[in-house]
Design a protein around this ligand. Sequence first.
Ligand code: NAD
Length: 309
Amino acid sequence: MNKPIRKAVVIGSGIMGSGIAAHLANVGIPCLLLDVTPAQLAAEEAAKGLTLEHPTVRNRLAAAAIAKLKKTNPAPLYDEAFADRITPGNLDDHLALIGEVDWVIEVVVENLQVKRELLSRVERYWKSGTIVSSNTSGISIDAMSAHCGEAFRQHFMGTHFFNPPRYMKLLEIVPGRDTSPELVSRMKAFCEQTLGKGVVLAKDTPNFVANRIGTYGLLATLREMEAGGFTVEEIDAVTGPAIGRPKSATFRTLDLVGIDTFVHVADNVYDNVADEAERAAFSASLALKSLVEKGWLGEKSGQGFYRKS
Ligand code: NAD
């Protein structure tokens, strides 16, 4: 169980996966950055008669992952001098490589079912000694791994990075019921010493600690805005730079996080706490849900509360 962490696989190349891979590269840890096959052929690929299985199409995913990584982690978040430390690829093609690394981190969409299915696939190639963690914002570590074998569950925990992963010092480590305390200590030391994080050990409760408080605050702000008839800009003016929080304006933050992800995170508490008053506080507003339905997901889709310039 005492393997040092020298090589990693990051699964999911979205906002956080690409940011975590960039941070690993910056500190000298080579990693594979994997994601699912693009759902559709581009028009020029279809015209050439290519299929989704063709290497050219699969390489498009890799190119897209790097483009996303550069877009969401502009210098100095990501140092291109270390670009060769990140190998992007297709999840289906490279799953077997999970057996060759020391740490696998799952960073896919905030959805219990998707994460459970992915963990089953990871477990097939996993070797004892390799830590597997999830970057979930608040889904239960035990629920995610309930169907996995005991040895796997001993190696599984939450490692919750904040956005952007290079600069946000906080990292929550969330042991599950069966996680080995020895591996938690090892991960804590690695995150502190190698990744430069300030680690908080959190319990496996809905949204852990930081997002339980953060989501509550954001939803309360939104309700105050609706009740008081304020605009998005007015609320951002009193929750951001003017009060000494240069990057914390409410709606700018939601655009950065991803409005779809935020709704999933709020729903996770709503669906998993028994107390009625607490549930009500975590009910995501219809305004947020209608933005998601329109595809206004924030910076990642080019439009959220603000249009990306
Ligand atoms: P995102 O929407 O930017 O990216 C999600 C990625 O998952 C996409 O690249 C998508 O192709 C991939 N994906 C979807 N289904 C998949 C599957 N079955 N297998 C493999 N890949 C799949 O999301 P994100 O913001 O990067 O969030 C990822 C995780 O990190 C979530 O659990 C989220 O709650 C958590 N998180 C997000 C933030 C944030 O600020 N956005 C902060 C901390 C934690």
